[in-house]
Design a protein around this ligand. Structure first.
Ligand SMILES: O=C(O)CCCC[C@@H]1SC[C@@H]2NC(=O)N[C@@H]21
Length: 244
């Protein structure tokens, strides 16, 4: 496939957080750029959580500028999840065991292998931060109680993938899904995501911060919201943590 044209790449031996580096780069950005951090000293996860990042794992951020509404920009979490799915299939040689968990985790054999952190940087700039447990997963005690347990690519498949090799596959897969979004809109991305979704049609629990809702995972709507069929009716949820 090769490196996609129009995308830059920077590899950093050590960085606090590739998302923080993206924020520093955003003002001078001339085009989309991938930042790969071989070590991160202050990696962050969703909802203010820390992200455990042993060396050898993948930490990358795509920083880009988009002239779009915030709702449309946010759909990049689905683009990122699909790109990760394809990239992991390419580097391990199989998609068996891979699934996508709303809003933006990638599962391998029912464990969390990758997480995505989207951050708006102001003035239309977006950081798409991606962490993948390539060689090591955090201890179960380091994750929130009830959360999907972390797994690594190495432990699940026996394949040792370097961060650089994953970036090559990820950048190519991102470019192709991004082009699809820009050309055809969210429809085909949504369908591809739903075809790979974990627990579709099953009972799941969503914690929004304000309330906890349990219901049947019906679909993801045209705005990317999780649609749950609950005893009180159908609910569309824009942001939550999901528990199986
Ligand atoms: O909580 C999650 O699941 C999202 C984790 C995102 C971690 C990645 S690692 C690269 C980028 N830099 C960060 O500080 N966080 C993201």
């Amino acid at each position: 496939m090769g490196w996609p044209s129009g995308y830059g790449r920077r590899v950093l031996a050590e960085v606090d957080s590739t998302n923080a580096e993206a924020a520093r780069m955003a003002p001078g950005l001339t085009g989309p750029e991938w930042i790969l951090g071989l070590r991160q000293t202050a990696a962050r996860g969703r909802r203010g959580r820390a992200w455990v990042m042993p060396p050898g794992n993948f930490a990358g951020t795509l920083v880009m500028r988009l002239d779009e509404t915030p709702d449309r920009v946010a759909l990049r979490s689905f683009v990122a999840a699909l790109a990760l799915y394809d990239a992991l299939e390419a580097v391990t040689g199989t998609a068996a065991g891979l699934a996508l968990k709303w809003p933006n985790d990638v599962l391998m054999n029912h464990g969390k292998v990758a997480g995505i952190l989207l951050e708006g940087l102001g003035q239309g700039a977006l950081a798409v931060g991606i962490g993948v447990n390539l060689v090591a997963a955090p201890e179960a005690a380091q994750v929130e109680s009830g959360a999907v347990l972390p797994v690594s690519v190495l432990a699940e498949t026996g394949v040792r993938v370097t961060p650089e090799a994953l970036l090559e596959a990820l950048a190519a897969a991102w470019a192709s899904h991004e082009e699809r979004l820009v050309t055809y809109g969210f429809g085909p991305i949504r369908e591809a995501w739903l075809a790979r979704a974990a627990r579709l049609g099953e009972e799941i629990t969503a914690r929004t911060g304000r309330e906890t809702l349990t219901g049947t995972f019906e679909t993801v709507d045209e705005a990317g919201q999780l649609v749950l069929k609950t005893p009180k009716g159908r609910v569309a949820i824009a942001a939550a943590d999901v528990f199986f």
